[in-house]
Write a protein that binds this ligand. Structure first.
Ligand SMILES: C[S@@+](CC[C@H](N)C(=O)[O-])C[C@H]1O[C@@H](n2cnc3c(N)ncnc32)[C@H](O)[C@@H]1O
Length: 199
């Protein structure tokens, strides 16, 4: 993390602490744990929600995900400027994740392989969480995955919502050496729902 990253992060946090959620950018081990869920050999688009200073983006690139596959969707204009300066080969959409389907359509992006989210999903009201997750799965192919970390003990996507959208989720990695310690969750469609979509 550069001094500029930290300055932009702190300024955004003071402007909007609830929207930024974390007190510090994601640590390297957490960023690597999120990136490890994405298969670098596939070719479809990978959408990152709430990339902030780009710590997770850089881990995805280091994993071998092509910059042309990556689409960063960030609401905060200061983070968008920082990301465009740092990572000119990666598309950055300044938009609200609650309306991600419209933002993807405006940029001609039809199908995603994976969504990697750093959004403070647990602190979103149910309706907003529903909008983000439903629209993510609307854009994901049948085998698509949604990856999210949490500092909490339970699923960051509420069980009621998983049931409503026919999703199954599981914790895949604990990152103890992060401030605070975090858990990475991975969600996919239930098998019958994926088979229906593929048919
Ligand atoms: C926990 S911070 C991300 C930290 C990031 N991983 C880093 O290392 O800098 C959450 C991010 O989600 C963004 N965000 C929050 N709500 C959003 C929304 N509705 N749409 C798009 N971005 C949002 C914030 O602006 C912030 O960049």
């Amino acid at each position: 993390m550069t001094p500029t990253d930290l300055r932009v992060f702190l300024a955004s946090w003071f402007r909007s602490p609830l929207s930024v959620g974390a007190l510090v950018p994601s640590g390297r081990l957490l960023a690597q744990a999120l990136a490890a869920q994405v298969d670098p050999r596939q070719e479809g688009a990978v959408l990152e929600l709430g990339p902030g200073t780009g710590a997770v983006t850089q881990a995805l690139l280091a994993r071998g995900v092509e910059p042309t596959r990556l689409v960063l969707l960030e609401r905060d204009p200061a983070f968008c400027r920082l990301l465009r300066n740092k990572l000119p080969a990666v598309r950055v959409l300044q938009a609200d994740a609650r309306y991600l389907h419209r933002a993807l359509a405006d940029f001609g992006i039809k199908e995603l392989d994976a969504v990697v989210s750093s959004l403070p999903l647990l602190s979103l009201p149910f309706t907003a969480q529903h909008q983000v997750v439903k629209q993510s799965f609307r854009a994901l192919g049948p085998q698509g995955i949604f990856v999210q970390f949490t500092y909490g003990f339970s699923s960051p996507i509420r069980p009621e919502l998983q049931h409503r959208l026919a999703l199954k989720g599981r914790p895949v990695m604990r990152v103890i050496r992060n401030l605070p310690p975090a858990v990475v969750w991975r969600y996919a469609r239930s098998e019958p729902a994926a088979a229906r979509l593929a048919a």
